[in-house]
Design a protein around this ligand. Structure first.
Ligand SMILES: [Zn+2]
Length: 307
């Protein structure tokens, strides 16, 4: 896994360093032993980025270090290189999961869902979801769905519908980009309604794999969003994993499941972000992988200063 060091990062964005920080956190808490690590994969090629973006934008980024102002990340050669690996991480995770559905795959990646075909935005250099799913569609003819429970609407998939041929065959146009914008109880209810539609699409064989993006910025103490208490946030994890279990009981087979990270911004206590993600992973291990791990979330109330 390639991940950027924290040295050059300021303000909100520890996002490029998040994969490494999370792995360190898991190790410190004795949780890393439940994962089989595979960081032996190639970065994406230049052509892969052309799948979802204009050539001009991609070449400007990699050859000239030119990014959109609203990316909010300073371009460095190290960052540009890490982006190739981050997008590849999601692609290879999906690729592995569709071939081995009995194993849940985790891609510790984040920054994919705000870019659009012509520009990067809000910590997201490229549309990693679109690139990964298109490549999986080209290779296996499979269609996926994203349960995007980040605190912000993931626009990448919707904004790519007119730009990327065949995207509707690669990411379900019915419920391929589930985002919930409500709060608290209404959020949970809306999620349940969406999962019901997703369940039907999977059972009727129109969706073949599910990517769960449980962004920590849908938590009420996050700096950039605020929708769910800790209990509610954890309940969302449970609902998704129970759905997977229910589908398995109904069909007698496992549907490929891929987990990713997405947002989470706490300048006062980044451990809270890492702890929420760990709580989600433990819920998956306990509900779907037969583990009985006890892990208590360490999410601290936000300290309001210098905002
Ligand atoms: Zn977000």
């Amino acid at each position: 896994m390639m991940s950027v060091s924290t040295d050059n990062l300021t303000g909100y964005s520890l996002t490029p360093a998040k994969p490494r920080l999370l792995m360190e956190y898991l190790e410190k808490n004795g949780l890393l032993e439940f994962f089989f690590l595979d960081d032996n994969f190639s970065p994406l090629s230049r052509e892969d980025f052309y799948i979802a973006h204009t050539k001009e934008m991609v070449d400007n980024f990699f050859d000239r270090g030119k990014t959109s102002k609203i990316l909010h990340i300073n371009w460095t050669p190290e960052y540009a290189e890490s982006v190739k690996y981050e997008c590849a991480s999601l692609y290879y995770a999906i690729r592995y999961a569709v071939q081995k559905p009995e194993e849940v795959c985790f891609s510790p990646s984040s920054a994919f869902h705000h870019a659009n075909p012509t520009r990067s935005a809000l910590f997201c250099a490229f549309s990693g979801q679109v690139i990964a799913s298109m490549k999986v569609y080209y290779e296996f003819g499979l269609c996926g769905a994203y349960i995007d429970l980040d605190g912000h609407y993931g626009n990448s998939i919707d904004n790519s519908r007119d730009f990327v041929p065949d995207i509707d065959k690669a990411i379900s146009p019915v419920c391929g980009n589930i985002n919930i914008m409500a709060r608290h109880k209404a959020y949970i209810e809306e999620l349940k309604a969406n999962l019901k539609i997703l369940r039907t699409e999977v059972l009727e064989n129109r969706i073949h794999y599910i990517v769960f993006c449980h962004g920590a910025d849908s938590h009420e103490w996050d700096e950039l969003a605020s929708q769910l208490s800790t209990e509610e946030w954890v309940e969302c994890s449970r609902l998704v994993y129970m759905l997977m279990q229910d589908i398995e009981n109904e069909t007698g087979k496992q549907i490929p499941l891929i987990l990713t990270l997405f947002g989470g911004y706490r300048r006062d206590d980044y451990n809270s972000v890492l702890s929420l993600h760990s709580t989600d992973l433990v819920a998956c291990l306990n509900i779907l992988c037969g583990r009985t791990i006890y892990y208590k979330p360490e999410v601290k109330p936000r300290i309001l200063k210098n905002e």
